[in-house]
Write a protein that binds this ligand. Sequence first.
Ligand code: UDX
Length: 444
Amino acid sequence: MKNITIVGTGHVGLVTGVTLAEIGHQVVCYDINENDIALMKAGISPFYEPELTDLLKKNLNKGQLFFTGDPKLALVDAEIIYIAVGTPTAENGSVDLSYIKEAAKTIAENITKQEVIVVTKSTVPVGTNKLIQQVIVTNLTNEVNVNIVSNPEFLREGSAIYDTFSADRIVIGSDCEKAASIIEEIHRPFGITIFITDLLSAEMIKYSSNAFLATKISFINEIANLCEKVGANIEEVAHGMGLDFRIGTQFLKAGIGFGGSCFPKDTRGLIQQATEAGQSLEILEAVIKVNKQQKYSLMNKAKQRFGNLKDKKIAILGLAFKPNTNDVRESIAIDIASELTMQGALVTAYDPLALEEAKQILGEKIQYALSIEEAITNTDMVFIATDWDEFKDFPLEKYEMLMKHPIIFDGKNSYSLDEISEYNIEYYSVGRPFLNKSNFYNLK
Ligand code: UDX
């Protein structure tokens, strides 16, 4: 068992801390945000993540997990330190490393053990771990031998705990064999394949994995648009493609594009790194371009259908960037809501978890509803922008009963065409045939 300290208790840091405690390590989580620390000390997670609160409480009670806002206390006995602070996009499009540098400095000033391993969990551009080592070495106040390991995370929000215990691989990168094998030992109880590589390659694996997954999404979205033109069904196409193991079924779900705190930022970040290295990444440039266009594909269908959207009453179902989270960072739903109001539409939105978060961005521009029913009542059309189960389970007859005329623009293919065809609903989805058993089509 090792004394582990986590620096930065955002999504990645808290999940890492809680799960390392769960497999038996002694973990201290440190953050400069005293409010969050107070919440976590009381067993409350500052953000929503399924299963997290139970594990947090359990390990707090067992004495495996501590929280502090005091860097001295957090780092004095630390043998292994995970850096999990944010790496936002800077104004010039590059990756802002100021939190990383600050964390490295804090670590340097407070560590006292003879041997310390610093593990980077944050997504950082290639070469950053070397910079971290430099910052630590130049700011050390005690004589400490510091080794650096890159251990990128591949967790998806909304299933981060599940992913930690069932990931396909754990990547450990280091130029120090001993440090890599100590970190390998720490992760062994997860029972997951561990791949050990050099520092720079580990950093690259993280970015290229996210870029590749984003590429799959933009690719399938373009094929979905083509399916609409030629009359094929993207779900059949994606399924048939995915049966080939070389392609795989995952991340071939067509929709309104990718959002969230990782894919948009990491694709931009990788392009910036390539530019700095004197290379262009043409495929990735196209991935981002397609994603931007896809964002407004639903709205374009609505505009085509109605002529213009001025004064139309529109309900948006879903504001979080994906289900099972209250995260609205780079959420496509938020951009759609914003654009619809610019077109003069009167928007009411509902989300099971992210209403407060959305309000902070959209403010008074739209109305907020506390249920699907409230959101859709008396509306001209519904946009579905997040694939929450609550929307999939919603009885379709209620659209018929509550809307002026049931017209749905579904950006997440939430309903099967078979079930929709049993109702008088005019239904537009992504990459699938348009369904209209109703006689609303002449409505403008
Ligand atoms: C992602 C990566 O999956 C994870 O490995 C990495 O560590 C962090 O970034 P996350 O952003 O939490 O995780 O969500 P993810 O489930 O990957 O979805 C990202 C976006 O892609 C969402 O907007 C989602 O709706 C969209 N998406 C995903 C699709 O449009 N189609 C798909 O098939 C899959």
